[in-house]
Design a protein around this ligand. Structure first.
Ligand SMILES: Cc1cc2nc3c(=O)[nH]c(=O)nc-3n(C[C@H](O)[C@H](O)[C@H](O)COP(=O)(O)OP(=O)(O)OC[C@H]3O[C@@H](n4cnc5c(N)ncnc54)[C@H](O)[C@@H]3O)c2cc1C
Length: 473
């Protein structure tokens, strides 16, 4: 079969590449091998099946449960016994995932993309061999091939995964009972989100993090505030604690780790290993394709996602840069436009990051630590959500918005938010930075009252000590 473009991988990097290529009037196939625990195949990759979407479904449900338990009375809302129906919560999660992954098939159909379920392997000469689940092999030839094979959780040899007691993030999204004691190795983004879900539903959660600082990539004003809130939620976060091994003993897991005080032992019912993800390229490349894999397992590409081999591109988690769905999506779309001869690029300096805890954390641009290290003169403005009428009305007055601006030309260098709906609020910050808005531009932009977005406005005013609704320090 002959195509203009064959995409290997149907996750958030691969499927948008396929759709955009088809919108560019190219003949496109997208091959994906994702298989769910129930044996069904689905497009959407990690993000839709085992990552972004199911985690957010459970974060939403568990947050509502927590608020019903601890906050509704403050609003004057009372009810009888609060019950948790985890099976129903999990059915909701599964049904959202099914709707979203099914939606990709519908999008493929309406754009004329041929979706193929099976394993794709790049052969020399831009050919792709597809092995279907029933073993049938089909040979595809393509003018351009896009590799979007994604990533997989890192496993620790000394903590042997069994999928029941010692699990990865995917297993931890599908627990059918709330573990009494949950251990999480790694207090990064995924560990914190999963730890939050199960803590809110009643688990005693202990998180063991090797680094002695929480979220080192986050602006430290925000990270320090986050640590306070997470500990208040009851997450027992142990920093500077290194796990040396774990063993399943009957129905419990014994975890050995060392911290500043020496050797320690932790006993839990389930242990989640959330120490990061690595690029996934197993079985992707036949010999002689000319595609290299670097020491860390990534496929090397240039800033336009070109590999060393003409007409072979690579996008998403399998290439350098943050492992984020939206970064992969923009790379996929860029590549599909470049293949069609259009101009396209990704602005890697303005990629937002969000941690969907409560309060949420979101940021774009440089942290204060990075700006300080760069030597550029800067000023900082911040605004606490405690001073936001809307946040107060939402019973969500925790957190702060912080803007870092350049002294020389008033450029916005970074915006960092911890607080309600931070992940939504960061959209305005991204737009401002993408269009090179100055701090004064933000100051002169009218924000509706009472909204959470006023926090951005007031923080921009605070940069020049002209905030109206907060003390200027
Ligand atoms: C618990 C969790 C929560 C997350 N939450 C967020 C979030 O909130 N926001 C965010 O931006 N990111 C989040 N992520 C990260 C996000 O899921 C990834 O960045 C994103 O999925 C990467 O997209 P991708 O298309 O590059 O790879 P993937 O989504 O991994 O997709 C790759 C696809 O290619 C298929 N494949 C691989 N090799 C082959 C082959 N040879 N033949 C055929 N098919 C193949 C795989 O089966 C898979 O379906 C989360 C991740 C996890 C684990």
């Amino acid at each position: 079969m002959k195509f203009d473009v064959v995409v290997i991988g149907g996750g958030p990097a691969g499927y948008p590449a396929a759709i955009r290529a088809a919108q560019n009037k190219l003949k496109v196939a997208c091959v994906d091998e994702w298989k769910n625990f129930d044996g069904t195949y689905a497009f959407g990759g990690t993000c839709l099946n085992a990552g972004c979407i199911p985690s957010k479904a459970l974060l939403e449900s568990s947050e509502l449960f927590l608020r019903a338990r601890e906050e509704f009375a403050t609003h004057g809302i009372g009810f009888g016994d609060l019950k948790l129906d985890l099976a129903a919560m999990q059915r909701r999660r599964a049904s959202i995932v099914k709707t979203m992954t099914g939606g990709i098939l519908a999008l493929f159909k309406s754009n004329g993309v041929v979706g193929m379920q099976g394993h794709g392997r790049l052969l020399p000469g831009n050919q792709v061999e597809v092995a279907a689940p029933d073993g049938t092999k089909t040979l595809l030839t393509a003018t351009d091939v896009v590799l979007a094979s994604g990533s997989t959780p890192i496993r620790l040899k000394s903590v042997p995964h069994d999928g029941v007691h010692i699990v990865d993030s995917w297993n931890a999204l599908e627990f059918d009972a709330v573990p009494k004691r949950l251990g999480v190795i790694g207090a990064g983004v995924i560990g914190l989100e999963l730890g939050s879900v199960w803590r809110r539903l009643g688990s005693e959660v202990t998180m063991i993090e090797a680094v002695d600082q929480l979220l080192p990539m986050v602006d430290q004003t925000i990270a320090k505030e986050a640590l306070r809130h997470f500990r208040k939620l009851g997450l027992d976060i142990k920093l500077g604690a290194k796990v040396s091994g774990a063993t399943v003993n009957g129905d419990v897991v014994e975890v050995e780790y060392a911290d500043a005080k020496g050797a320690q032992k932790l006993i839990v019912d389930k242990l989640v290993v959330a120490v990061g993800r690595r690029p996934f390229t197993e079985g992707l490349l036949a010999g002689g394709t000319g595609i290299e894999i670097d020491a860390r397992g990534f496929i090397p590409v240039d800033e336009h996602c070109r590999t060393k081999v003409p007409h072979v591109w690579a996008v998403g988690d399998v290439v350098r840069g943050p492992m984020l769905a939206h970064k992969g999506k923009e790379e996929g779309v860029m590549v599909a436009d470049l293949i069609a001869g259009r101009a396209a690029e990704v602005n890697y300096k303005v990629i937002p990051s969000v941690i969907y805890t409560a309060p949420e954390i979101a940021w774009v641009g440089q942290t204060e630590e990075e700006v300080k290290a760069s030597g550029r003169a800067y000023k900082v403005g911040s605004f606490p959500f405690a001073a936001s009428g809307r946040a107060r009305a939402m019973e969500a007055g925790l957190g702060v918005t912080k803007i870092i601006s350049a002294v020389d030309n008033d450029d916005i260098l970074g915006i960092h938010i911890i607080g309600p709906m931070a992940g939504e609020l960061i959209g305005e910050a991204v737009l401002a930075m993408e269009y090179s808005a100055s701090t004064e531009d933000l100051q002169r932009t009218i924000h509706a009252h009472p909204t959470l977005s006023e926090a951005l406005h007031e923080a921009s005013l605070a940069v020049d000590k002209r905030a109206i609704d907060a003390f200027n320090r």
